[in-house]
Design a protein around this ligand. Structure first.
Ligand SMILES: [Zn+2]
Ligand SMILES: [Zn+2]
Length: 137
């Protein structure tokens, strides 16, 4: 039986659901994903486009040609700005959900990383860096 994986944005306006088994998650270190995520890298979880549906809200999309030559559209919530998922014009059968947008991100198990030649040094968290279980104050 297929289970349903749900996710959405920070404000809750946009909600999505995917049924079926996701493909292997991938870290992407490209400069566009860094800007688009506002962090060191993007983690994408591929779902079959047929199994993906927007349950509520209307995400806004921004399309740009990537270094790979592929045209990618990054979708985000127009109210709170949370990045949600990416589609690729050359691979319309897939939706790449942002791992952090999933309600249960612990189930994501990345198996590879791409565009490491543009990764930033701080994309790896140094062992021994001062760590705080909650925010530091
Ligand atoms: Zn939102
Ligand atoms: Zn990327």
């Amino acid at each position: 039986m297929n289970e349903t994986i749900t996710g959405g944005c920070l404000c809750g306006a946009v909600r999505f659901a995917c049924s079926g088994k996701p493909g292997p998650a991938v870290y992407c270190h490209c400069a566009d994903c860094r800007k688009g995520s506002g962090s060191a890298f993007h983690v994408g979880v591929p779902f079959s486009a047929k199994s993906f549906e927007i349950v509520s809200g209307t995400p806004k999309g921004f399309t740009k040609r990537a270094d790979s030559g592929r045209e990618l559209t990054r979708y985000f919530c127009p109210d709170c700005g949370s990045p949600l998922y990416i589609t690729s014009a050359s691979r319309p059968e897939w939706i790449f959900a942002k791992a952090g947008a999933l309600d249960d991100p612990e189930r994501v198990k990345p198996t590879s990383q791409i565009w490491t030649r543009s990764s930033v040094a701080w994309s790896t968290i140094k062992k021994g860096l001062p760590s705080f279980e909650k925010g530091r104050n």
